[in-house]
Design a protein around this ligand. Structure first.
Ligand SMILES: NC(=O)c1ccc[n+]([C@@H]2O[C@H](COP(=O)([O-])OP(=O)(O)OC[C@H]3O[C@@H](n4cnc5c(N)ncnc54)[C@H](OP(=O)(O)O)[C@@H]3O)[C@@H](O)[C@H]2O)c1
Length: 325
């Protein structure tokens, strides 16, 4: 973690009970911040993991907020020095994805501008970066890359579409309302869960271990450890000179590499050994740059460790049976 550069103040984290946001809340509390966490459901069972964090009893206040209800956002953001806007649907259902992601982001930006916050950090996605069929194999994927919205629509990739449009809306409102915005674009985030249930990116690993898939796809994907994803958000919030987008990625792996790494650590699970596509050439990993975050002092956790930590966490939470031969 970078040395402290700002006075610890009050910040708001939207969707604070989610996979990445729970880690952001934990690291913020560890660093002495007071956190206004937004949740859609104030039930004790959903939020116990937040309330039990070190520092939470004195410095965490939970607010019931829906992204489409700006009044609820105003009450959570009022009095805050900064906002981490992490809440978003994570789905390919266009009805559930696009409007809450885009209009919700507009509402956060408006409420943040009214409250006069110092900076908003928006959790965008690799989905707003790489969905471009025109990108050549030699291109190094970095913060200058944007997904092609027409391609997202043609391929019905509504998650990537929603995230890209939401990020564009955030930049537009930042300009119009004079808000200091910094964006983190994480790739697939894996690692230990703090929340009680499995989110979509951890389910991506779980499906290889619980026997629910018999083959792996001929596909590549970039990965990052959830601790690093949360750390990146705090670094870009605290560094006065941070600006623009930050691609948050450690490695790009083919699915074959993922199942091989899992099999090395956890050989007793029914991991697939065959690719579902035996016809086409094996997809190649794309080149990427994470230099911008490294310039802020980030040291990325190796992906093998991230995969190991994900499985151990699923076992510890009894979300995956412990198999030991
Ligand atoms: N995990 C990844 O691999 C990954 C990669 C790149 C970017 N991201 C981005 O990171 C962010 C967090 O993702 P995650 O993986 O941590 O997912 P997650 O665990 O599913 O968390 C999403 C959070 O958003 C909240 N939310 C959804 N719709 C909402 C609405 N209408 N109003 C208020 N809150 C709402 C959810 O609340 P409930 O708990 O009430 O459902 C949940 O707390 C998202 O913006 C996602 O696009 C994730």
């Amino acid at each position: 973690m970078a040395p402290a550069t700002v006075q610890r103040k009050k910040v708001c984290v939207t969707g604070s009970g989610g996979f990445i946001a729970s880690w952001i809340v934990k690291l913020l509390l560890d660093r002495g911040y007071t956190v206004h966490g937004t949740v859609r459901n104030l039930d004790e069972s959903k939020n116990r993991h937040l309330r039990e964090m070190d520092g939470a009893s004195d410095r965490l206040v939970l607010y019931k907020v829906d992204l489409l209800d700006i009044e609820s956002l105003r009450s959570a953001i009022k009095g805050c020095d900064g906002v981490f806007h992490t809440a978003s649907p994570v789905t390919d259902d266009p009805e559930l994805m696009v409007q809450p992601a885009v209009e919700g982001t507009r509402n956060v930006m408006r409420a943040a501008a009214e409250a006069g916050v110092r900076r908003v950090v928006f959790t965008s996605s690799i989905g707003a970066v790489t969905m471009d069929p025109k990108r050549g194999d030699d291109v190094v994927v970095d913060e200058s890359c944007w997904s092609d919205l027409d391609f997202c629509i043609q391929t019905k990739n509504w998650y990537c579409y929603g995230k890209a449009v939401a990020e564009q809306a955030a930049w537009e409102l930042a300009r119009n309302l004079g808000v200091d915005l910094v964006v983190v674009n994480p790739v697939v985030v894996i690692g230990p869960l703090l929340q009680p249930t499995v989110n979509a990116s951890v389910a991506h690993v779980l499906k290889y271990l619980d026997g629910s898939v018999k083959t792996y796809a001929n596909a590549v994907q970039a990965y990052v450890h959830v601790h690093d994803a949360a750390d990146a958000h705090i670094r870009v919030y605290e560094a006065p000179a941070a600006a623009g987008r930050y691609l948050c990625a450690e490695s790009v792996l083919h699915r074959e590499d993922v199942v091989r790494m899992l099999a090395k650590f956890f050989p007793d699970y029914p991991l697939p050994t065959k690719c579902s596509d035996e016809v086409n050439p094996k997809k190649k990993a794309y080149r990427f740059s994470n230099e911008k975050l490294k310039e802020l002092g980030m040291e990325f956790t190796p992906v093998a460790q991230a995969l190991y930590d994900t499985v151990r966490s699923l076992q510890d939470k009894a979300l995956l049976p412990l198999l030991i031969s």
